[in-house]
Write a protein that binds this ligand. Sequence first.
Ligand SMILES: O=P(O)(O)OC[C@@H](O)[C@@H](O)c1c[nH]c2ccccc12
Length: 270
Amino acid sequence: MNRIDERFDELRRHGKKALIPFITAGDPDVKYTMDAVRALESAGADIIELGIPYSDPLADGPVIQASSQRSLKGGMNLDIAFDMVQNLRVNTSIPLVFLIYYNCIYQYGLEKFIEQCGKTGVDGAIVPDLPYEERQALKPLLDDAPVYFISMVAPTSAQRIKEIASSAKGFLYCVSSLGVTGERQAFDSNIDAFMEKVNLYSVVPTALGFGISEPQHMRRLGYLADGLIVGSALVRRIEQKASDRDIYEFMRGLRMALDECMEQTMENNS
Ligand SMILES: O=P(O)(O)OC[C@@H](O)[C@@H](O)c1c[nH]c2ccccc12
């Protein structure tokens, strides 16, 4: 069984939601990332997204773009990222998901990429520039892979939501709002209706991302999905040279807000 499925099963049994932080692998270096993964895990993260830096990251806002640049400058590449995962796997079984642009996979070779994910312990891959339609051509390879290729839906996906959601694996990445990644103050009120639709059709747990950055957002959005994703808010702290302790504290604050919001929902329902 994939570690992602195991984790969501466990969360469901405990009535909890997944907290999914994103960091760029190798920003500013591999050692920092490895320490950050441990800090995030001990603060209560459930799944960790590791960004593979790319020179032309079209879906990324300025904060994550800058972090990609720092990581590339440090010499990060896919081989080093796989080595890093192999080293992390010596003492953690937290689900790890790569956020990777298709061009990087293409250059590396899709079959080799899948094989290395299986060997080193990468449980999922989010490929923001691989549209659902194009994935169909790769289906035979992706379907048998030990690594889940995570599907994404956005409020614009309208008629496609049903199709995408009903064939997803691991979890379904729900994009809260259009545009690029980055911290936000407020969320569109349509988000409730969007998530209602997604939850209706999804055969796997849903995770909501884009703009989520504060404890208050955990409370506002926690009940809409099975998990929440936080990227730029964390990456900005890393840019400001956050210590392990800072990373731990920030994640802990989000964890507590998310758990509180679930306890309240459960009390209201009982
Ligand atoms: O940074 P935000 O707004 O918190 O959004 C999450 C996001 O960073 C992460 O999942 C991500 C990083 N790069 C991406 C590219 C496309 C989709 C998603 C991502």
